[in-house]
Structures are given as structure tokens and as C-alpha cells.
Design a protein around this ligand. Structure first.
Ligand code: M6R
Length: 360
């Protein structure tokens, strides 16, 4: 049950530090080595390209994991929207490996692609929260999220769980390839730090609720902007805000805004800017903030500690760059939650939506 919580979504947001710690116990052996099925590791090693197929939040989690997977496995990662690839499979590489990301393991759009890759005998891995689910049974391999049941329609702990699970896989493959970067990346330590960062953000609920009421709750539309990994988080953040608050929201690559969409910015339009610790892009995102502010936007900043300036609104304590999406998404989950609360909506059961989409 949801205990003392008004909604499952808030309970599930709060569970994320313990999901991160649980994943450590599941995917790390006592001697610190990675506890990932060696057959999965081998299958990834043998591939010349990783294809991640997913929908909605799971799709966004795939993007958020792309950089780490590529960096540690030295294998290019391509993302596919399940509902598109079911019809039109693009030209594949010679030795593809497919990862199906799905909280429920029942998403029909993803299954449609899996049926096709199975016909072609392409090895596959389902990363899911539900053991025995359809996608898990039909793929070659399974990795579990161990996040506990996710009841709220809006997915939260599955997103961070998926990124963490794929990070374990990436490190395991990197180590199998004798890559020093993989050995140097102390995932147990870094994921523990990420769990603490999540806890620090969770202790800022009042501040976040206040900002939401001030800047977002009464708006018809809003934007999330960010660059690099922050852009991927912006996509997820905007999906979350849309589905539980019904505020029209777009997640945008901050630099792309000026190529057209900035025309939509008017007096009071909320723009939430995400800036994690990536010195290559943060100054540019700051520039984009000034551009929208000059056109009247009501800017809210979510900034990782080392990048923070005096006027920033929500500060996220520092994590390893590979885990930045896990830390940066937490304030945006709370923003969506409090926007829904402010509007008096049924947070857990948004209109028109089902938890598992079992039709194509
Ligand atoms: O169970 P899945 O992860 O396959 O579900 C995919 C999407 O339907 C799901 O993430 C959906 O977008 C959520 N409502 C997002 O919060």
C-alpha cells in the first residue's frame, strides 16, 4: 500500500535511494566485481552496435544511458522508438545486439520489434522490473531493475533504476574488455554518492513545491532546456510534467531553441534550465537562459553544485558525470508531482493513460 503517502508517485520518488542501494547488492559481488551474467557481457562484447528499443520514460532512460554505454563498451548505441521500429526497421549493423528497456515488460510496441529481431535471430536483452513478463520471456536475456512494484502511472524509480542497471552492464563489459576506464570507475562508491544526492534533493521538497507554485502551476505551457545529458533529462522531465499536470511542455536542446522555438517564449513562459557538471556546455546553457529571460521567460534553474551561482533555484549535490541523469531528474520528478498537486489532479492516474500499454 502507499502507507502515509497521499500518492504512490511520491512514495516511489522517495524510494529511489533505496533502489540504488538495492541494485548494488544485486549487481556487485562481495569482492567488488560486477555480478552481471557473463553470457550477457559476452553477447555485448560480440556486438558491433547496441540498439535500445523502448517507449516513453524507458526510451528517455535509454538516451540517458547512451554516453556511459558507449564510453565503457566502445560500442555505438542507437535508440529506437518502439512504435516506429515495429513498422520500419532501419538498416542494421552486421552484429547487432538489442536491448529492450521496459518497466512493465509488457509494452506491445516494444514486443513488436522483439518479434522481428527474434525472427532474424538477433541476440537481445530485456531490462525490466517484472520477472516473467512477456518481453523478459521472449528475449534471450533478462536483467531486473529490482525497484519493487511501480504503481503510479508516471514512471520514476524505474527510470533511475534503468540507468543504474545499464551502468552496471557497461562497467561489466568494459572490465571484460580490460578497459582501464571501466576499472577506475568505482560504481559502488559513485552510486552510493548518487543515492545521497537523491536524498539531499528529497529533503528540499518544500522549496521545490514553492517554486512550482510560483513559476509553473498556473501556466498553460512550459519548457525544459539543457545540453548533452541535461537535454536527455529535459525530455524525461517534460514527459513527466505533461502526463501528471497536463501542462504542455517540451524538452529542448538548449542550443536548438533559437532556431525557431524561441518564438513561443512570451512574458511569463516558464523555462526550466538543467545544468549538470559538464563544463563543456554549462556556459552555453547559461547563454540560452539569458536569451529566453530577455524575452520574458520565467526561468527556474536546476544546477549541480559545482556549477551553481548565487541566483540558482534548485541545487543538486555533485555526482559522477555518468550518473548525472539520475541525480538531475529527481527535482524534475518533484516539479511534476507538485504541479499536479497544485492543480488538484489525480497524480497516480492521469487521464487517458494506462500503466502498461499493451496495444500497438
Ligand atoms: O513499461 P514500459 O517501461 O515499457 O512503459 C513505457 C511507457 O509506456 C511508459 O514509460 C510511459 O511513458 C510512462 N507513463 C511514463 O511515465
Amino acid at each position: 500500500g502507499k502507507g502515509t503517502y497521499p500518492f504512490y508517485m511520491l512514495k516511489e520518488i522517495d524510494e529511489q535511494p533505496s533502489v540504488m542501494r538495492k541494485l548494488i547488492t544485486k549487481y556487485v559481488n562481495e569482492d567488488g566485481s560486477m555480478n552481471v551474467d557473463p553470457e550477457i557481457v559476452k553477447a555485448v562484447q560480440d556486438a558491433d552496435r547496441i540498439y535500445i528499443i523502448a517507449a516513453g520514460t524507458s526510451y528517455n532512460a535509454g538516451y540517458a544511458s547512451k554516453r556511459t554505454l558507449e564510453a565503457l563498451t566502445d560500442t555505438p548505441v542507437e535508440l529506437g522508438v518502439a512504435s516506429e521500429w515495429g513498422y520500419d526497421m532501419p538498416l542494421l549493423s552486421e552484429k547487432p545486439f538489442f536491448i529492450y528497456l521496459s518497466q512493465s515488460g509488457e509494452t506491445a510496441d516494444s514486443r513488436q520489434v522483439l518479434v522481428k529481431t527474434n525472427e532474424r535471430k538477433i541476440p537481445s536483452l530485456t531490462v525490466t522490473n517484472v520477472p516473467g513478463s512477456t518481453l523478459s520471456r521472449e528475449a534471450t536475456y533478462t536483467m531486473l531493475l529490482h525497484a519493487g512494484p511501480e504503481i503510479a502511472v508516471a514512471s520514476t524509480k524505474a527510470y533511475t533504476g534503468q540507468i543504474a542497471a545499464l551502468t552496471f552492464l557497461a562497467k561489466a563489459v568494459g572490465e571484460a574488455n580490460n578497459k582501464s576506464e571501466a576499472f577506475d570507475f568505482d560504481l559502488v562508491k559513485e552510486l552510493s554518492i548518487a543515492a545521497q544526492s537523491i536524498e539531499a534533493t528529497l529533503s528540499e521538497k518544500e522549496l521545490i513545491e514553492e517554486k512550482v507554485n510560483e513559476v509553473i502551476a498556473d501556466s498553460r505551457n512550459a519548457f525544459y532546456i539543457g545540453r548533452a545529458e541535461d537535454y536527455y533529462v529535459a525530455m524525461e522531465a517534460s514527459l513527466k510534467l505533461k502526463e501528471v499536470s497536463y501542462i504542455q511542455c517540451e524538452g529542448f536542446a538548449a542550443g536548438e531553441l533559437k532556431h525557431g522555438t524561441i518564438a513561443l517564449i512570451e512574458e511569463g513562459t516558464p523555462v526550466i534550465a538543467l545544468i549538470s557538471n559538464n563544463p563543456k556546455v554549462s556556459a552555453h546553457t547559461r547563454g540560452n537562459i539569458m536569451e529566453v529571460a530577455a524575452r520574458g521567460a520565467n526561468v527556474l534553474t536546476v544546477v549541480e553544485e559545482s556549477m551553481a551561482k548565487e541566483d540558482d533555484d534548485i541545487i543538486v549535490t555533485e555526482v559522477h558525470p555518468y550518473l548525472a541523469p539520475i541525480a538531475m531528474v529527481i527535482p524534475t520528478q518533484l516539479i511534476a508531482y507538485y504541479a499536479s498537486i497544485a492543480r488538484g489532479l489525480d497524480v497516480d492516474k492521469p487521464r487517458n493513460l494506462a500503466k502498461a500499454v499493451t496495444v500497438e
